[in-house]
Ligand binder design. Sequence first.
Ligand code: KIV
Ligand code: ZN
Length: 519
Amino acid sequence: MSEEKVIIFDTTLRDGEQSPGASLSIAEKLEIAQQLAILGVDIIEAGFPVSSPAQFEATRLVAEQVQGPTIAALARASEGDIESAGKAIAPAKKKRIHTFIATSPVHMKHKLKKNSDEVLKMAVAAVKFAGNFVKDIEFSPEDACRSEMPFLIEILTAVIEAGATTLNIPDTVGYVLPYEYGRIIAQLKSDVPGIDKCVISTHCHNDLGMAVANSLAGVRNGARQIECAINGMGERAGNAALEEVVMGIKTRPDFFATQSAGGLSTNINTKEIYRTSQLVSQLTGFVIQPNKAIVGANAFAHESGVHVDGVLKERTTYEIMTPESVGLRGSRMVLGRHTGRHGFVNKCKQLGFNLNKQETENAYQRFLEIADKKKEVFEEDIAAIINEEIHIIEQAYQLEYLHVASGTGTLPTASVKIKVKDQVKQAAACGDGPVDAAYEAIREATGLSPKLENYTIRAVTGGKEALGEAIVRISTDGRTYIGRGISTDIIEASAKAYVDAINRMVADKGEKSELKVEL
Ligand code: KIV
Ligand code: ZN
Protein backbone atom coordinates (compact mmCIF):
# COMPACT_ATOMS: atom_id res chain seq x y z
CA MET A 1 0.00 0.00 0.00
CA SER A 2 1.54 3.32 -1.05
CA GLU A 3 1.82 6.35 1.18
CA GLU A 4 -0.80 9.06 0.92
CA LYS A 5 0.51 12.59 0.42
CA VAL A 6 -0.32 15.56 2.59
CA ILE A 7 -0.17 18.66 0.40
CA ILE A 8 1.99 21.44 1.84
CA PHE A 9 0.55 24.87 1.04
CA ASP A 10 3.04 27.52 2.06
CA THR A 11 1.66 30.94 2.95
CA THR A 12 4.88 32.59 4.16
CA LEU A 13 4.62 35.19 1.39
CA ARG A 14 0.97 36.00 2.07
CA ASP A 15 -0.25 35.33 5.63
CA GLY A 16 3.39 35.18 6.82
CA GLU A 17 4.08 38.60 5.39
CA GLN A 18 1.08 39.89 7.34
CA SER A 19 3.19 39.42 10.51
CA PRO A 20 3.43 42.80 12.17
CA GLY A 21 6.74 44.37 11.15
CA ALA A 22 7.50 41.98 8.30
CA SER A 23 7.50 43.43 4.86
CA LEU A 24 9.49 42.07 1.99
CA SER A 25 10.61 43.68 -1.23
CA ILE A 26 9.66 42.06 -4.52
CA ALA A 27 13.18 40.69 -4.99
CA GLU A 28 13.15 39.22 -1.48
CA LYS A 29 9.80 37.55 -2.12
CA LEU A 30 11.13 36.03 -5.29
CA GLU A 31 14.20 34.72 -3.51
CA ILE A 32 12.07 33.10 -0.80
CA ALA A 33 9.74 31.61 -3.43
CA GLN A 34 12.69 30.06 -5.27
CA GLN A 35 13.89 28.49 -2.03
CA LEU A 36 10.35 27.23 -1.25
CA ALA A 37 10.41 25.47 -4.62
CA ILE A 38 13.75 23.84 -3.71
CA LEU A 39 12.25 22.85 -0.35
CA GLY A 40 9.52 21.03 -2.28
CA VAL A 41 6.34 22.78 -1.17
CA ASP A 42 3.36 21.83 -3.34
CA ILE A 43 1.73 25.27 -3.38
CA ILE A 44 3.11 28.77 -2.82
CA GLU A 45 0.55 31.39 -1.86
CA ALA A 46 2.46 34.27 -3.39
CA GLY A 47 0.31 37.19 -2.30
CA PHE A 48 -2.93 39.11 -2.27
CA PRO A 49 -2.65 40.88 -5.63
CA VAL A 50 -5.48 43.39 -5.33
CA SER A 51 -4.09 44.80 -2.10
CA SER A 52 -1.31 46.89 -3.70
CA PRO A 53 0.61 47.22 -6.96
CA ALA A 54 3.69 45.74 -5.25
CA GLN A 55 1.70 42.68 -4.10
CA PHE A 56 0.40 42.23 -7.63
CA GLU A 57 3.86 42.49 -9.17
CA ALA A 58 5.45 40.15 -6.63
CA THR A 59 2.75 37.54 -7.25
CA ARG A 60 3.09 37.92 -11.01
CA LEU A 61 6.87 37.54 -10.90
CA VAL A 62 6.67 34.46 -8.70
CA ALA A 63 4.12 33.00 -11.13
CA GLU A 64 6.40 33.77 -14.04
CA GLN A 65 9.73 32.67 -12.60
CA VAL A 66 9.21 29.94 -10.03
CA GLN A 67 8.98 26.45 -11.48
CA GLY A 68 7.54 23.40 -9.74
CA PRO A 69 4.90 24.39 -7.20
CA THR A 70 1.38 25.58 -7.98
CA ILE A 71 1.21 29.35 -7.50
CA ALA A 72 -1.83 30.59 -5.58
CA ALA A 73 -3.17 34.10 -5.09
CA LEU A 74 -5.65 35.28 -2.48
CA ALA A 75 -8.86 37.13 -3.32
CA ARG A 76 -11.88 38.24 -1.34
CA ALA A 77 -15.22 37.09 -2.73
CA SER A 78 -15.47 39.92 -5.23
CA GLU A 79 -14.94 40.14 -8.98
CA GLY A 80 -12.27 42.85 -8.68
CA ASP A 81 -10.15 40.80 -6.31
CA ILE A 82 -10.56 37.62 -8.33
CA GLU A 83 -9.73 39.28 -11.61
CA SER A 84 -6.60 40.77 -10.10
CA ALA A 85 -5.58 37.36 -8.66
CA GLY A 86 -6.32 35.65 -11.99
CA LYS A 87 -4.18 38.14 -13.91
CA ALA A 88 -1.29 37.97 -11.43
CA ILE A 89 -0.99 34.18 -11.58
CA ALA A 90 -1.67 33.92 -15.33
CA PRO A 91 2.01 33.20 -16.23
CA ALA A 92 2.21 30.16 -13.89
CA LYS A 93 2.11 26.64 -15.32
CA LYS A 94 0.02 25.47 -12.35
CA LYS A 95 -2.21 28.09 -10.75
CA ARG A 96 -4.86 28.42 -8.08
CA ILE A 97 -7.22 31.16 -6.91
CA HIS A 98 -7.93 31.14 -3.19
CA THR A 99 -11.10 33.06 -2.45
CA PHE A 100 -12.61 33.61 0.98
CA ILE A 101 -15.49 35.19 2.86
CA ALA A 102 -16.24 35.23 6.57
CA THR A 103 -18.97 32.89 7.81
CA SER A 104 -19.03 33.34 11.60
CA PRO A 105 -21.93 35.32 13.11
CA VAL A 106 -19.57 37.91 14.60
CA HIS A 107 -17.74 38.53 11.30
CA MET A 108 -20.91 38.56 9.17
CA LYS A 109 -22.72 40.97 11.48
CA HIS A 110 -19.95 43.41 12.41
CA LYS A 111 -17.40 43.21 9.62
CA LEU A 112 -19.39 42.33 6.50
CA LYS A 113 -22.75 43.68 7.70
CA LYS A 114 -24.41 40.92 5.69
CA ASN A 115 -26.71 38.05 6.53
CA SER A 116 -25.88 34.43 5.81
CA ASP A 117 -27.96 34.29 2.60
CA GLU A 118 -26.02 37.18 1.15
CA VAL A 119 -22.70 35.63 2.19
CA LEU A 120 -23.63 32.31 0.63
CA LYS A 121 -24.56 33.99 -2.65
CA MET A 122 -21.29 35.94 -2.70
CA ALA A 123 -19.28 32.77 -2.04
CA VAL A 124 -20.95 30.86 -4.86
CA ALA A 125 -20.62 33.79 -7.27
CA ALA A 126 -16.94 34.17 -6.36
CA VAL A 127 -16.13 30.52 -6.97
CA LYS A 128 -17.99 30.56 -10.30
CA PHE A 129 -16.19 33.74 -11.35
CA ALA A 130 -12.81 32.25 -10.38
CA GLY A 131 -13.63 29.43 -12.81
CA ASN A 132 -13.09 31.93 -15.65
CA PHE A 133 -9.39 32.04 -14.76
CA VAL A 134 -8.47 28.64 -13.27
CA LYS A 135 -9.75 25.14 -12.66
CA ASP A 136 -8.00 24.86 -9.32
CA ILE A 137 -10.17 26.88 -6.91
CA GLU A 138 -9.82 27.01 -3.15
CA PHE A 139 -12.57 28.38 -0.95
CA SER A 140 -12.14 29.45 2.69
CA PRO A 141 -15.03 30.22 5.04
CA GLU A 142 -13.08 32.71 7.16
CA ASP A 143 -13.40 32.19 10.92
CA ALA A 144 -14.83 28.73 10.16
CA CYS A 145 -14.19 27.47 13.67
CA ARG A 146 -16.53 30.07 15.21
CA SER A 147 -19.16 29.55 12.49
CA GLU A 148 -22.37 27.62 12.98
CA MET A 149 -21.94 24.06 11.73
CA PRO A 150 -25.21 23.91 9.72
CA PHE A 151 -24.25 27.08 7.84
CA LEU A 152 -20.71 25.82 7.29
CA ILE A 153 -22.10 22.61 5.79
CA GLU A 154 -24.53 24.59 3.62
CA ILE A 155 -21.96 27.00 2.22
CA LEU A 156 -19.35 24.29 1.58
CA THR A 157 -21.95 22.17 -0.23
CA ALA A 158 -22.85 25.18 -2.40
CA VAL A 159 -19.26 26.10 -3.29
CA ILE A 160 -18.46 22.50 -4.25
CA GLU A 161 -21.35 22.64 -6.69
CA ALA A 162 -20.01 25.96 -7.97
CA GLY A 163 -16.60 24.39 -8.74
CA ALA A 164 -14.39 24.64 -5.61
CA THR A 165 -11.73 21.93 -5.54
CA THR A 166 -10.11 22.62 -2.15
CA LEU A 167 -12.04 23.50 0.99
CA ASN A 168 -9.92 25.28 3.53
CA ILE A 169 -11.14 25.44 7.13
CA PRO A 170 -9.46 28.40 8.84
CA ASP A 171 -9.20 28.77 12.56
CA THR A 172 -8.71 32.46 11.84
CA VAL A 173 -8.35 33.59 15.43
CA GLY A 174 -6.59 30.50 16.82
CA TYR A 175 -9.52 29.74 19.11
CA VAL A 176 -10.14 26.00 19.04
CA LEU A 177 -8.24 23.15 20.67
CA PRO A 178 -6.95 20.08 18.81
CA TYR A 179 -9.80 17.77 19.81
CA GLU A 180 -12.38 20.33 18.62
CA TYR A 181 -10.57 21.09 15.37
CA GLY A 182 -10.30 17.37 14.60
CA ARG A 183 -14.03 16.96 15.23
CA ILE A 184 -14.91 19.86 12.92
CA ILE A 185 -12.90 18.30 10.09
CA ALA A 186 -14.38 14.85 10.76
CA GLN A 187 -17.94 16.21 10.75
CA LEU A 188 -17.43 18.18 7.54
CA LYS A 189 -15.88 15.13 5.91
CA SER A 190 -18.88 13.02 6.81
CA ASP A 191 -21.73 15.56 6.35
CA VAL A 192 -20.87 17.76 3.35
CA PRO A 193 -22.23 16.12 0.18
CA GLY A 194 -19.59 15.90 -2.55
CA ILE A 195 -16.67 16.68 -0.23
CA ASP A 196 -14.89 13.49 -1.27
CA LYS A 197 -14.18 15.14 -4.65
CA CYS A 198 -12.31 17.94 -2.84
CA VAL A 199 -9.20 18.25 -0.73
CA ILE A 200 -9.89 19.37 2.83
CA SER A 201 -7.31 21.85 4.07
CA THR A 202 -6.26 23.19 7.47
CA HIS A 203 -5.33 26.82 8.18
CA CYS A 204 -4.66 27.26 11.88
CA HIS A 205 -3.50 30.35 13.71
CA ASN A 206 -1.40 30.11 16.81
CA ASP A 207 -3.07 32.45 19.30
CA LEU A 208 -3.30 29.67 21.91
CA GLY A 209 -0.13 27.94 20.71
CA MET A 210 -2.23 25.20 19.07
CA ALA A 211 -1.62 25.85 15.35
CA VAL A 212 0.57 22.82 14.70
CA ALA A 213 -1.42 20.50 16.98
CA ASN A 214 -4.68 21.61 15.37
CA SER A 215 -3.30 21.13 11.85
CA LEU A 216 -2.17 17.60 12.68
CA ALA A 217 -5.52 16.87 14.36
CA GLY A 218 -7.12 18.00 11.09
CA VAL A 219 -4.92 15.62 9.11
CA ARG A 220 -5.68 12.81 11.51
CA ASN A 221 -9.38 13.39 10.74
CA GLY A 222 -9.14 13.51 6.97
CA ALA A 223 -7.57 16.83 5.92
CA ARG A 224 -4.95 16.34 3.19
CA GLN A 225 -3.60 19.87 2.83
CA ILE A 226 -1.91 21.93 5.51
CA GLU A 227 -1.53 25.69 5.16
CA CYS A 228 1.56 26.75 7.02
CA ALA A 229 4.42 29.22 7.02
CA ILE A 230 8.16 29.00 7.54
CA ASN A 231 9.11 29.70 11.18
CA GLY A 232 5.37 29.91 11.96
CA MET A 233 5.11 33.43 10.58
CA GLY A 234 1.69 35.03 10.16
CA GLU A 235 -0.91 37.39 11.57
CA ARG A 236 -0.53 37.99 15.34
CA ALA A 237 0.89 34.79 16.90
CA GLY A 238 1.37 33.33 13.45
CA ASN A 239 0.38 30.25 11.47
CA ALA A 240 1.28 26.61 11.85
CA ALA A 241 5.05 26.32 11.36
CA LEU A 242 5.82 24.39 8.17
CA GLU A 243 8.91 22.76 9.65
CA GLU A 244 6.95 21.48 12.65
CA VAL A 245 4.00 19.97 10.78
CA VAL A 246 6.31 18.36 8.23
CA MET A 247 8.63 16.86 10.85
CA GLY A 248 5.59 15.79 12.90
CA ILE A 249 4.32 13.72 9.97
CA LYS A 250 7.80 12.38 9.17
CA THR A 251 8.72 11.51 12.75
CA ARG A 252 5.44 9.79 13.70
CA PRO A 253 4.51 7.47 10.82
CA ASP A 254 3.08 5.07 13.40
CA PHE A 255 0.51 7.65 14.53
CA PHE A 256 -0.67 8.52 11.03
CA ALA A 257 -0.56 4.91 9.80
CA THR A 258 -3.71 4.27 11.83
CA GLN A 259 -5.42 6.86 9.60
CA SER A 260 -4.13 5.78 6.22
CA ALA A 261 -3.01 2.19 5.77
CA GLY A 262 0.12 3.11 3.78
CA GLY A 263 0.97 5.99 6.10
CA LEU A 264 1.27 9.67 5.28
CA SER A 265 4.13 11.67 3.85
CA THR A 266 4.87 15.05 2.28
CA ASN A 267 6.92 16.08 -0.74
CA ILE A 268 9.20 18.23 1.40
CA ASN A 269 12.96 17.73 1.14
CA THR A 270 13.47 18.11 4.88
CA LYS A 271 17.21 18.69 4.43
CA GLU A 272 16.31 22.13 3.02
CA ILE A 273 14.32 23.14 6.11
CA TYR A 274 17.13 24.80 8.02
CA ARG A 275 18.37 26.80 5.06
CA THR A 276 14.83 27.99 4.24
CA SER A 277 14.20 28.96 7.85
CA GLN A 278 17.44 30.97 7.97
CA LEU A 279 16.66 32.75 4.73
CA VAL A 280 13.18 33.77 5.90
CA SER A 281 14.56 34.91 9.24
CA GLN A 282 17.26 36.91 7.53
CA LEU A 283 15.02 38.65 5.01
CA THR A 284 12.18 39.41 7.41
CA GLY A 285 14.46 40.27 10.35
CA PHE A 286 12.44 37.91 12.56
CA VAL A 287 14.97 36.28 14.84
CA ILE A 288 14.26 32.64 15.67
CA GLN A 289 13.89 31.98 19.38
CA PRO A 290 16.64 29.59 20.54
CA ASN A 291 14.18 26.99 21.87
CA LYS A 292 12.03 27.02 18.71
CA ALA A 293 11.19 23.46 17.67
CA ILE A 294 13.16 22.05 14.70
CA VAL A 295 15.04 25.24 13.68
CA GLY A 296 15.97 26.96 16.97
CA ALA A 297 19.65 27.13 17.89
CA ASN A 298 19.00 24.82 20.85
CA ALA A 299 16.68 22.40 19.08
CA PHE A 300 19.41 19.75 18.90
CA ALA A 301 21.70 20.98 21.69
CA HIS A 302 22.16 18.77 24.74
CA GLU A 303 23.24 20.55 27.89
CA SER A 304 22.81 18.38 30.95
CA GLY A 305 25.49 15.79 31.64
CA VAL A 306 22.95 12.99 31.80
CA HIS A 307 21.58 13.88 28.35
CA VAL A 308 25.00 14.29 26.74
CA ASP A 309 26.07 10.97 28.20
CA GLY A 310 22.89 9.32 26.95
CA VAL A 311 23.25 10.68 23.41
CA LEU A 312 26.88 9.60 23.24
CA LYS A 313 25.87 6.06 24.24
CA GLU A 314 22.84 5.89 21.98
CA ARG A 315 21.59 8.88 20.03
CA THR A 316 17.91 7.93 20.26
CA THR A 317 17.93 8.21 24.05
CA TYR A 318 17.31 11.95 23.73
CA GLU A 319 16.98 12.63 19.99
CA ILE A 320 13.80 11.83 18.07
CA MET A 321 15.15 13.27 14.80
CA THR A 322 18.67 13.81 13.54
CA PRO A 323 19.93 17.36 13.03
CA GLU A 324 21.05 16.22 9.56
CA SER A 325 17.46 15.37 8.62
CA VAL A 326 16.54 19.07 8.75
CA GLY A 327 19.74 20.20 7.09
CA LEU A 328 21.77 21.07 10.17
CA ARG A 329 25.35 19.98 9.84
CA GLY A 330 26.63 21.11 13.22
CA SER A 331 29.36 23.65 13.94
CA ARG A 332 32.46 22.52 12.16
CA MET A 333 35.76 24.29 12.03
CA VAL A 334 36.35 24.48 8.35
CA LEU A 335 38.78 27.08 7.24
CA GLY A 336 41.50 29.29 8.59
CA ARG A 337 43.57 32.25 7.51
CA HIS A 338 45.82 30.03 5.37
CA THR A 339 42.94 28.72 3.31
CA GLY A 340 43.37 29.55 -0.34
CA ARG A 341 40.75 30.86 -2.70
CA HIS A 342 40.22 27.37 -4.12
CA GLY A 343 39.39 25.84 -0.72
CA PHE A 344 37.05 28.73 0.03
CA VAL A 345 35.19 28.35 -3.29
CA ASN A 346 34.81 24.61 -2.67
CA LYS A 347 33.36 25.22 0.77
CA CYS A 348 30.88 27.76 -0.64
CA LYS A 349 29.74 25.16 -3.18
CA GLN A 350 29.45 22.50 -0.49
CA LEU A 351 27.23 24.85 1.50
CA GLY A 352 25.00 25.23 -1.55
CA PHE A 353 25.97 28.78 -2.58
CA ASN A 354 26.52 29.46 -6.26
CA LEU A 355 28.33 32.76 -6.37
CA ASN A 356 29.36 34.70 -9.42
CA LYS A 357 32.98 35.84 -9.87
CA GLN A 358 32.55 39.22 -8.20
CA GLU A 359 30.54 37.83 -5.27
CA THR A 360 33.18 35.13 -4.75
CA GLU A 361 35.97 37.67 -4.70
CA ASN A 362 34.15 40.01 -2.30
CA ALA A 363 33.15 37.15 0.00
CA TYR A 364 36.71 35.80 -0.03
CA GLN A 365 38.12 39.19 0.97
CA ARG A 366 35.58 39.39 3.82
CA PHE A 367 36.53 35.87 4.86
CA LEU A 368 40.23 36.80 4.98
CA GLU A 369 39.44 39.86 7.14
CA ILE A 370 37.45 37.73 9.55
CA ALA A 371 39.91 34.84 9.54
CA ASP A 372 42.56 37.34 10.56
CA LYS A 373 40.64 38.23 13.70
CA LYS A 374 39.14 34.86 14.47
CA LYS A 375 41.19 31.69 14.92
CA GLU A 376 38.42 29.31 13.96
CA VAL A 377 36.04 29.92 11.08
CA PHE A 378 32.91 27.75 11.10
CA GLU A 379 30.45 26.89 8.34
CA GLU A 380 27.89 29.24 9.94
CA ASP A 381 30.42 32.08 9.71
CA ILE A 382 30.95 31.42 6.01
CA ALA A 383 27.17 31.32 5.46
CA ALA A 384 26.77 34.65 7.30
CA ILE A 385 29.54 36.27 5.24
CA ILE A 386 28.03 35.03 1.98
CA ASN A 387 24.51 36.02 2.97
CA GLU A 388 25.75 39.51 3.73
CA GLU A 389 27.47 39.61 0.36
CA ILE A 390 24.60 38.34 -1.80
CA HIS A 391 22.03 40.57 -0.15
CA ILE A 392 24.10 43.67 -0.46
CA ILE A 393 22.30 46.60 -2.03
CA GLU A 394 23.50 49.83 -3.52
CA GLN A 395 25.27 51.64 -0.71
CA ALA A 396 24.27 55.29 -0.73
CA TYR A 397 25.97 55.57 2.68
CA GLN A 398 29.14 53.72 3.67
CA LEU A 399 30.49 53.47 7.17
CA GLU A 400 34.14 54.46 6.79
CA TYR A 401 35.17 54.96 10.38
CA LEU A 402 33.70 54.27 13.80
CA HIS A 403 35.17 55.05 17.17
CA VAL A 404 33.26 54.43 20.38
CA ALA A 405 34.29 55.17 23.94
CA SER A 406 32.29 53.85 26.86
CA GLY A 407 32.83 52.39 30.28
CA THR A 408 31.74 52.62 33.89
CA GLY A 409 31.31 56.23 34.98
CA THR A 410 31.82 57.69 31.49
CA LEU A 411 29.29 59.07 29.07
CA PRO A 412 29.24 56.76 26.00
CA THR A 413 30.36 58.72 22.93
CA ALA A 414 30.82 57.80 19.30
CA SER A 415 32.30 59.45 16.26
CA VAL A 416 31.70 58.28 12.71
CA LYS A 417 32.73 59.06 9.17
CA ILE A 418 30.13 58.21 6.55
CA LYS A 419 30.90 58.32 2.85
CA VAL A 420 28.09 59.74 0.72
CA LYS A 421 28.94 59.84 -2.97
CA ASP A 422 32.30 61.69 -3.07
CA GLN A 423 31.88 63.37 0.28
CA VAL A 424 32.78 62.16 3.73
CA LYS A 425 30.51 63.39 6.52
CA GLN A 426 31.69 63.31 10.11
CA ALA A 427 29.68 63.46 13.28
CA ALA A 428 30.07 62.76 16.99
CA ALA A 429 27.38 62.10 19.55
CA CYS A 430 26.76 60.67 22.97
CA GLY A 431 24.03 58.27 23.98
CA ASP A 432 22.62 55.95 26.63
CA GLY A 433 25.09 53.27 25.61
CA PRO A 434 27.73 52.69 22.93
CA VAL A 435 25.23 51.47 20.31
CA ASP A 436 22.87 54.36 21.03
CA ALA A 437 25.76 56.81 20.71
CA ALA A 438 26.86 55.25 17.41
CA TYR A 439 23.30 55.41 16.05
CA GLU A 440 22.95 59.05 17.08
CA ALA A 441 26.23 59.89 15.33
CA ILE A 442 25.05 58.06 12.17
CA ARG A 443 21.78 60.02 12.26
CA GLU A 444 23.76 63.25 12.57
CA ALA A 445 26.10 62.36 9.70
CA THR A 446 23.37 61.20 7.31
CA GLY A 447 20.77 63.78 8.29
CA LEU A 448 18.23 60.95 8.40
CA SER A 449 16.33 59.93 11.50
CA PRO A 450 14.17 56.87 10.93
CA LYS A 451 12.52 55.37 13.98
CA LEU A 452 14.43 52.43 15.47
CA GLU A 453 11.77 49.75 15.95
CA ASN A 454 13.83 46.81 17.00
CA TYR A 455 17.44 45.82 17.61
CA THR A 456 18.85 42.35 18.22
CA ILE A 457 22.30 40.90 18.36
CA ARG A 458 23.30 37.26 18.28
CA ALA A 459 26.46 35.22 18.08
CA VAL A 460 26.67 33.38 14.75
CA THR A 461 28.61 30.58 16.43
CA GLY A 462 29.65 29.87 20.02
CA GLY A 463 33.01 30.68 21.59
CA LYS A 464 34.69 33.89 22.70
CA GLU A 465 35.71 34.86 19.19
CA ALA A 466 32.24 34.37 17.77
CA LEU A 467 31.10 36.50 14.88
CA GLY A 468 28.32 38.85 16.01
CA GLU A 469 25.30 39.52 13.83
CA ALA A 470 23.13 42.58 14.48
CA ILE A 471 19.67 42.99 13.01
CA VAL A 472 17.82 46.29 13.18
CA ARG A 473 14.35 47.22 12.06
CA ILE A 474 13.73 50.89 11.30
CA SER A 475 10.62 52.60 10.02
CA THR A 476 9.65 55.77 8.25
CA ASP A 477 6.28 56.82 6.75
CA GLY A 478 4.73 53.54 7.84
CA ARG A 479 7.32 51.44 5.99
CA THR A 480 9.72 49.06 7.65
CA TYR A 481 13.29 48.25 6.66
CA ILE A 482 15.57 45.55 7.97
CA GLY A 483 19.33 45.95 8.15
CA ARG A 484 21.98 43.41 9.10
CA GLY A 485 25.63 43.66 9.93
CA ILE A 486 28.26 41.13 10.91
CA SER A 487 31.60 41.65 12.59
CA THR A 488 33.77 40.19 15.31
CA ASP A 489 33.07 43.50 17.11
CA ILE A 490 29.42 43.77 18.13
CA ILE A 491 29.35 47.58 18.16
CA GLU A 492 30.69 47.62 14.62
CA ALA A 493 28.13 44.94 13.62
CA SER A 494 25.38 47.13 15.14
CA ALA A 495 26.52 50.26 13.29
CA LYS A 496 26.80 48.36 10.01
CA ALA A 497 23.29 46.99 10.47
CA TYR A 498 21.91 50.47 11.04
CA VAL A 499 23.65 51.88 7.95
CA ASP A 500 22.43 48.86 5.95
CA ALA A 501 18.83 49.55 7.02
CA ILE A 502 19.22 53.22 6.05
CA ASN A 503 20.58 52.18 2.65
CA ARG A 504 17.55 49.93 2.14
CA MET A 505 15.30 52.80 3.11
CA VAL A 506 16.81 55.22 0.61
CA ALA A 507 16.89 52.54 -2.11
CA ASP A 508 13.20 51.71 -1.69
CA LYS A 509 11.32 52.45 -4.89
CA GLY A 510 7.97 52.01 -3.22
CA GLU A 511 8.00 48.28 -3.82
CA LYS A 512 7.50 47.19 -0.22
CA SER A 513 4.31 45.23 -0.32
CA GLU A 514 2.29 46.77 2.49
CA LEU A 515 -1.36 45.70 2.36
CA LYS A 516 -3.51 48.58 1.24
CA VAL A 517 -6.86 46.91 1.94
CA GLU A 518 -8.33 45.23 5.00
CA LEU A 519 -8.63 41.45 4.94
O1 KIV B 1 -6.79 33.19 8.74
C1 KIV B 1 -7.57 33.23 7.78
O2 KIV B 1 -8.78 33.04 7.91
C2 KIV B 1 -7.01 33.55 6.48
C3 KIV B 1 -7.92 33.40 5.31
C4 KIV B 1 -7.75 34.50 4.34
C5 KIV B 1 -7.75 32.04 4.72
O3 KIV B 1 -5.85 33.84 6.36
ZN1 ZN C 1 -4.71 33.25 8.18
